[in-house]
Design a protein around this ligand. Structure first.
Ligand SMILES: *[C@@H]1O[C@H](CO)[C@@H](O)[C@H](O)[C@H]1NC(C)=O
Ligand SMILES: *[C@@H]1O[C@H](CO)[C@@H](O)[C@H](O)[C@H]1NC(C)=O
Ligand SMILES: *[C@@H]1O[C@H](CO)[C@@H](O)[C@H](O)[C@H]1NC(C)=O
Ligand SMILES: *[C@@H]1O[C@H](CO)[C@@H](O)[C@H](O)[C@H]1NC(C)=O
Ligand SMILES: *[C@@H]1O[C@H](CO)[C@@H](O)[C@H](O)[C@H]1NC(C)=O
Ligand SMILES: *[C@@H]1O[C@H](CO)[C@@H](O)[C@H](O)[C@H]1NC(C)=O
Ligand SMILES: *[C@@H]1O[C@H](CO)[C@@H](O)[C@H](O)[C@H]1NC(C)=O
Ligand SMILES: *[C@@H]1O[C@H](CO)[C@@H](O)[C@H](O)[C@H]1NC(C)=O
Ligand SMILES: *[C@@H]1O[C@H](CO)[C@@H](O)[C@H](O)[C@H]1NC(C)=O
Ligand SMILES: *[C@@H]1O[C@H](CO)[C@@H](O)[C@H](O)[C@H]1NC(C)=O
Ligand SMILES: *[C@@H]1O[C@H](CO)[C@@H](O)[C@H](O)[C@H]1NC(C)=O
Ligand SMILES: *[C@@H]1O[C@H](CO)[C@@H](O)[C@H](O)[C@H]1NC(C)=O
Length: 638
């Protein structure tokens, strides 16, 4: 990653939009249930009066040690705010889901947050949400800068504070330091070293590692009866047993796991950034897109965190990593907007209720993005008014200089171009088409098309392998034969009838198998024959248990296909699919013989057979072909 600071140095200007005094109505007191004393509304404006500055990738920001120092202290101070304050980290995170109360006097109902998922408003709703978070974070940084001694040191702190924005975590790029892995060390280390305003250095608990509830209110999370969030004093990532009262985070295992997912995330992202789809199909799994959509890519990253906070929609925003993940999603949306400026949110039926939007209502570009007010009068942000992200005082490195189409494509290619974009019958693995006259034969792109129900009461994924997967599902996410997944984020209280379609890209992994000598030729027929024996797919829940292929979620369908692809001639071009999809229904993905699995306790590995209902927690019910939770009456249950 190149530093873009130089590029934007001349770009900063004082910017005032809507209002420059944004602390309009900081009413104290809990927002849940009890009416606030102050009836005016909080103005979500992002960062105003400090120029339009780029949000940075976490690792890039850490390189700028002065800004990083203020950012870390500001993040810690934000988290330390009294949980009963309306602008506390706790209450801002609570907007997304639990504890299911009103924020900023916007009334609603049901055991659901304000956040629209499975919705045409999914991408745009999170934009003012992040701006609100960033606004408070920035305010904390400015406050801390004022504590430096007057003179040069305060001046420098104030300069650094003006640059504090929310950073993003790019989980799709090849990691700049492969030893460190895909998950930056700054998200995993227990302590952070900071230089305090008084000039001394010291260690503080790393605020990016977790949020520590202060205190934990059991009743705020007890409605999520199946889970242990009511008992966990901190946010938890990828616990070994997500149903355990005393669970601990496994950040290093998580890093390994997201590392095994990175190539597929990158290839998925590259496809959705370089192939046009109308915004409604592109942004969400609700509207029938066929190439892949931003929400499904986003779901897969949540899924990687297992049964910790990030894995469950209603509590995910409490984990600090939520904000860096969603910042990356917002950036992906801004890049898409820049590439395809003419497509935007259109009216669509809501397939799932939120706290303020009933199921089956139609919502469109002018619908309010509750509960985010743009001013004290109570006007609400909409998708239309959020369309230009610079209104909130930020931009992104790739967009800071208003790049031409060619420069933007070059940037996308530099960041995300797959190692191999198509296989040709000459057995060469070129990524560029070097014949300007198109005389050379075009290549073939291979994928597995996955169609699956979005909401089956639990987050789950379809995983693809080249070569047989390990006998124990717990090893699948990091199996050497693992290729990638299509995942759907869901929970007991998210019910919809949405079917989602997306692709798992196989081309890159097939090229690797070719280089390793396992696949002898790249000719179409030879690849198909290889896939017949070596392509496997399995269904796995977020708790790592398996859903049997003998009794899958209703309507789930995985079909391999190939499509002719025209490789680009230069780095300012992208590949183009040039013919129809050729489906290969004979490639059945090798359903396992469950009767031949080891008997639990007999061998060296213990394998829970798929479809076994676990009395303690719940599980897949092979009789009904659905997920059942133990001891819970669910809204979506029929
Ligand atoms: C951080 O700075 C070092 C030294 O200037 C450079 O080698 C490295 O690539 C930078 N890392 C990132 C992520 O920008
Ligand atoms: C790469 O990451 C490893 C492990 O986190 C670290 O020890 C090493 O210093 C890093 N290298 C660079 C050049 O930053
Ligand atoms: C983190 O900081 C605390 C307090 O300074 C210290 O006791 C602890 O040993 C540190 N942990 C690590 C892993 O450095
Ligand atoms: C400097 O500030 C830090 C954080 O507030 C504090 O822990 C430390 O004791 C202070 N050091 C001195 C020398 O005042
Ligand atoms: C059932 O779930 C509990 C809690 O997660 C776990 O400890 C136990 O091992 C599971 N039993 C089986 C048979 O999988
Ligand atoms: C977005 O707003 C900025 C000013 O904040 C303006 O310079 C820019 O042209 C706008 N972009 C679009 C696409 O309207
Ligand atoms: C080569 O083929 C691509 C895709 O069909 C097309 O876009 C491009 O214009 C062609 N170039 C030439 C020189 O014919
Ligand atoms: C394949 O090889 C033949 C013969 O060497 C050559 O004419 C043709 O252009 C090659 N095609 C590709 C796609 O490289
Ligand atoms: C599965 O998907 C393929 C590809 O879209 C389609 O041809 C086939 O009819 C589907 N099968 C079922 C049972 O829906
Ligand atoms: C498998 O399960 C049996 C019985 O529950 C237990 O005694 C054994 O230690 C387990 N083996 C492994 C490798 O976990
Ligand atoms: C369900 O869970 C409860 C505790 O949450 C436990 O007491 C009960 O035995 C479990 N099994 C069934 C079948 O209810
Ligand atoms: C599984 O489903 C069947 C049929 O719907 C039902 O009778 C049974 O009670 C379910 N079992 C569990 C453990 O939920």
């Amino acid at each position: 990653m190149k530093s873009i600071l130089a590029a934007v140095a001349g770009f900063l200007f004082s910017h005032s939009f809507i209002t420059s005094s944004h602390a309009v109505a900081i009413s104290a007191g809990p927002s849940c249930g009890i009416s606030a004393q102050d009836d005016s509304y909080f103005s979500v404006v992002g960062v105003q009066g400090a120029g339009i500055y780029p949000r940075q990738e976490l690792r890039e920001l850490e390189n700028d040690s002065e800004t990083w120092n203020l950012f870390i202290q500001a993040f810690a101070r934000f988290q330390a705010m009294d949980q009963s304050e309306k602008l506390s980290y706790y209450q801002i995170a609570g907007i997304h889901g639990a504890p299911f109360g009103p924020w900023d006097n916007v009334k609603g109902e049901g055991l659901t947050g304000y956040c629209p998922h499975v919705s045409n408003l999914f991408g745009t709703w999170h934009r003012p949400y992040l701006a609100l978070f960033e606004q408070i974070l920035h305010d904390r940084a400015v406050e801390i800068a004022k504590e430096y001694p007057e003179g040069e040191s305060r001046h420098r702190a104030e300069q650094a504070a003006s640059k504090v924005r929310l950073p993003y975590w790019d989980w799709a790029i090849d990691p700049p330091n492969s030893t460190e892995g895909v998950m930056p060390a700054s998200l995993r280390r227990p302590n952070a070293t900071v230089r305090f305003p008084n000039g001394t250095s010291g260690e503080i608990p790393n605020p990016l590692l977790q949020y520590t509830f202060h205190p934990l209110h059991y009743d705020d999370f007890s409605a999520l009866a199946e889970f242990q969030f009511k008992n966990w004093e901190t946010t938890i990532r990828y616990p070994l047993d997500g149903y355990a009262v005393h669970a601990t985070s496994r950040n290093d295992e998580l890093n390994e796991r997201i590392g095994a997912q990175q190539t597929n995330n990158r290839d998925f992202l590259y496809k959705i950034l370089t192939m046009y789809q109308p915004f409604n199909e592109w942004s969400t799994k609700a509207n029938g897109g066929k190439i892949g959509n931003m929400e499904t890519l986003h779901d897969g990253v949540h899924n990687t965190f297992g049964l910790g906070h990030i894995g469950i929609v209603e509590v995910s925003a409490f984990d600090p990593v939520f904000w860096f993940h969603h910042c990356n999603i917002d950036r992906i949306m801004a890049i898409f907007q820049s590439r395809y400026p003419d497509t935007w949110v259109e009216d669509a039926i809501q397939r799932k209720a939120t706290y303020t939007m009933p199921r089956n209502a139609s919502q469109g570009p002018a619908s309010p993005l509750a509960p985010f007010h743009m001013n004290a009068k109570g006007d609400m942000w909409t998708s239309t008014t959020s369309r230009n992200w610079t209104s909130f005082g930020y931009t992104y490195p790739e967009l800071a200089t208003n790049p031409s189409n060619d420069s933007l494509t070059l940037a996308i290619n530099n960041l995300y171009k797959p190692a191999t974009q198509g296989l040709n019958k000459n057995n060469t693995l070129a990524t560029l088409n070097l014949d300007p006259n198109n005389r050379t034969a075009d290549a073939v792109d291979w994928m597995a098309e996955v169609t699956m129900p979005s909401d089956i009461q639990i987050t789950y994924s379809v995983r693809a392998f080249l070569g047989a997967p390990h006998v124990d599902p717990k090893n699948w996410p990091t199996d050497p034969n693992y290729v990638g997944q299509v995942a759907s984020l869901s929970s007991p209280r998210m019910d919809s009838d949405v079917m989602v379609t997306a692709n798992i890209v196989l081309t890159d992994k097939l090229a690797e198998k070719f280089k390793a000598g396992e696949l002898k030729s790249l000719k179409k027929g030879d690849v198909a024959a290889y896939l017949k024996t070596e392509f496997h797919w399995r269904i796995q829940q977020v708790d790592l248990s398996e859903i049997p292929r003998t009794n899958p979620p209703h309507g789930l369908n995985v079909t391999v296909f190939c499509v002719p692809v025209h490789l680009p001639h230069s780095e300012t071009e992208v590949p183009v699919w040039t013919g129809p999809f050729e489906y290969k229904p004979a490639i059945d993905g090798n359903p396992p013989d469950y009767d031949a699995l080891p008997v639990p306790g007999a061998g060296s590995v213990n394998v829970t057979k798929p479809g076994e209902f676990n009395e303690t927690s719940g599980g897949w019910n092979a009789t009904s072909g659905g997920w059942s939770w133990n001891g819970t009456t669910l809204e979506g249950d029929e």
